[in-house]
Design a protein around this ligand. Structure first.
Ligand SMILES: *[C@@H]1O[C@H](CO)[C@@H](O)[C@H](O)[C@H]1NC(C)=O
Ligand SMILES: *[C@@H]1O[C@H](CO)[C@@H](O)[C@H](O)[C@H]1NC(C)=O
Ligand SMILES: *[C@@H]1O[C@H](CO)[C@@H](O)[C@H](O)[C@H]1NC(C)=O
Ligand SMILES: *[C@@H]1O[C@H](CO)[C@@H](O)[C@H](O)[C@H]1NC(C)=O
Ligand SMILES: *[C@@H]1O[C@H](CO)[C@@H](O)[C@H](O)[C@H]1NC(C)=O
Ligand SMILES: *[C@@H]1O[C@H](CO)[C@@H](O)[C@H](O)[C@H]1NC(C)=O
Ligand SMILES: *[C@@H]1O[C@H](CO)[C@@H](O)[C@H](O)[C@H]1NC(C)=O
Length: 496
């Protein structure tokens, strides 16, 4: 063998080894990278029970936390970053229920929270609400890497130009205006056009290519590899009702009807969450340490009231272990709309009267923390329909399940590859004549104070609905929801 040939075959072998290693390093275990360096999966994780210090400590591995932690860890400044999450990986927690988009009727169904069908979320209930006839309303939060992006139905849409501009005015920071934020919307996601070898071309999905960026990523957005035919009729009804057909909901406009995108990686037809996208990209950085099953108990402040770290408590086998993760630069609280204010308040940041009532030393008296939550109530209607929907999957019809599973696993297509919210999502403003008839002057004045592109009502069809226990093998249902904007929630709660 000539020395030159030997050199070439060694080179070829090491290319092959690097390719195999690259593949193996995607999984749990250890591998050797292209530079011959050992990569141990466990190195991505922090050690429970052991105090440690990082540049940044990010609390909450949800939609915002994973994104922030990954971006910091991938910064050329090579920051060290700890990411603390009370839950763990949904791929491990709940079999395939969260990964397969078509199972969202189980995994993301609020009535399943806390049961074995939905182990990735937790619920807190409100106090009884007068306008809801004294009922308590349950709020679901993802408690897993990915947060709500791993516990929701998986739809993807953006806000409006007017809503962003109002936001910018409210916080007196022009960064939040639509024109400034739009490039970041484009930067965060990777759009795939409908694949008409898998989706019925007759379904004619229209979208706005200018809303996405070829170099975008890492969050995958697509239509799954299936668009259910069941909503064609609803689209026609919306058209007759006067809603304009618009090319999707990602260009700063919502009023009209069109096709809803989903956070799905079309290659595998699995859920794209902030964990599969941002966190996994960030985990490749040597500077990121992930702490699963680590519940943030309290933020630590020094004598100058500067946040210096977080006390965390094990949330699994390490339940009785408490340790401190310190920050040289900043503690970033991204624990969600409920847990962020809760963590601030137990740490002494919030309305002093409330803190004192619970014996918490006040670090900063900030009356706004934990107050003024607004929400969008929605109501659902279930219809029996003559077109095929997911009903037989919901009803666990063995023949249908075998067929759709086979199609999904061998072709990455069919109903399990989609979120079952189809091409007829719509947004509308209540016509002025009707507003005057049914709403008080105060409510109308409040509504008029909002930007005109801010919709009053969202209509959404969902393939998966509850089905009767005695459903026949050829029977189908679908779910149709109306969601009301925050601005009219008040009127609804008062029973107007
Ligand atoms: C980044 O930090 C890690 C851990 O501190 C270190 O191993 C690595 O060499 C650093 N990389 C660069 C480019 O400075
Ligand atoms: C197809 O899309 C266009 C707009 O892109 C719309 O005008 C038309 O009504 C759609 N046709 C069907 C059959 O949905
Ligand atoms: C976007 O997703 C496609 C697969 O749908 C992939 O081939 C491509 O590499 C991705 N682009 C980026 C910038 O990640
Ligand atoms: C960890 O840090 C906390 C807070 O500074 C301290 O009280 C505790 O003793 C430390 N634990 C160890 C093992 O050093
Ligand atoms: C999901 O996992 C269950 C077992 O928990 C299995 O029966 C089912 O076939 C899997 N579904 C898919 C689409 O792979
Ligand atoms: C997969 O797709 C091919 C065409 O692309 C089709 O012939 C085949 O029946 C599909 N298989 C399943 C299981 O859906
Ligand atoms: C509401 O406004 C209309 C027109 O501005 C006025 O005529 C009416 O009296 C008002 N209703 C109430 C209850 O104030």
């Amino acid at each position: 063998m000539s020395p030159q040939y030997a050199r070439r075959s060694v080179a070829a072998l090491s290319v092959l080894a690097a390719a195999i290693a690259a593949e193996a390093s995607e999984t749990v275990g250890a591998s050797i990278n292209a530079k011959g360096v050992t990569e141990i999966f466990g190195n991505h994780f922090g050690m429970p029970g052991v105090n440690a210090t990082y540049d940044y400590v990010v609390v909450g591995g949800g939609t915002a936390g994973n994104t922030i932690a990954a971006r910091l860890a991938l910064d050329p400044a090579n920051y060290s970053v700890a990411l603390i999450e009370a839950g763990t990986f949904y791929e491990i927690l709940s079999s395939n229920r969260t990964q397969v988009p078509g199972y969202n009727f189980e995994a993301a169904n609020p009535t399943n929270v806390g049961t074995l069908s939905s182990m990735t979320a937790v619920q807190i209930d409100t106090e009884p609400i007068a306008g809801y006839n004294g009922r308590k309303i349950g709020y679901v939060q993802g408690m897993t890497f990915g947060g709500a992006s791993a516990a929701n139905y998986g739809g993807y849409m953006r806000s409006t130009v007017g809503a962003h501009d109002r936001w910018a005015k409210a916080v007196k920071d022009d960064f939040w205006s639509w024109d400034n934020v739009f490039p970041f919307y484009k930067k965060s996601c990777n759009f795939s056009a409908p694949d008409y070898t898998k989706i019925d071309p007759k379904l004619n999905i229209s979208y706005d290519p200018a809303a996405y960026d070829a170099a975008g990523g890492p969050l995958h957005v697509s239509y799954g590899n299936y668009v259910a035919p069941s909503m064609v009729g609803i689209g026609e009804a919306m058209e007759r009702q006067g809603l304009e057909h618009i090319p999707g909901f990602d260009s700063g406009r919502l009023l009209g009807y069109g096709s809803l995108l989903a956070a799905i990686d079309p290659r595998t037809a699995t859920r794209s969450s902030s964990e599969t996208s941002f966190l996994q990209a960030g985990a490749k950085s040597a500077g990121l340490r992930i702490y699963p099953n680590a519940m943030a108990k309290r933020i630590v402040f020094d004598s100058d009231k500067k946040a210096t770290g977080v006390v965390v408590k094990g949330n699994s086998k390490t339940t009785n272990v408490e340790w401190t993760i310190s920050a040289k630069k900043e503690v970033i609280v991204s624990a969600g709309v409920w847990r962020s204010p809760q963590l601030l308040m137990v740490s002494g940041v919030g309305p002093s009267a409330t803190l004192s009532q619970h014996g918490i030393d006040v670090i900063a008296d900030l009356p706004g923390v934990g107050q003024n939550q607004w929400d969008q109530p929605f109501q659902s209607h279930i219809f029996k329909v003559k077109v095929e929907t997911n009903s037989q999957i919901v009803a666990h019809n063995p023949k249908v399940l075998a067929d759709v599973t086979n199609q999904y696993l061998t072709n990455q297509s069919g109903p399990l590859s989609s979120i079952g919210a189809t091409q007829a999502a719509g947004y509308e403003n209540i016509p002025a004549s009707m507003r005057q008839r049914v709403l008080s002057n105060d409510t109308q004045a409040l509504m008029d104070s909002y930007p005109s592109d801010w919709p009053d009502i969202n209509f959404l069809g969902l393939e998966s609905s509850a089905v009767p226990a005695d459903i026949g093998p050829d029977e189908y249902y679908l779910l149709y929801t109306d969601m009301f904007a925050e601005k009219i929630a008040d009127a609804i709660l008062k029973g107007e």
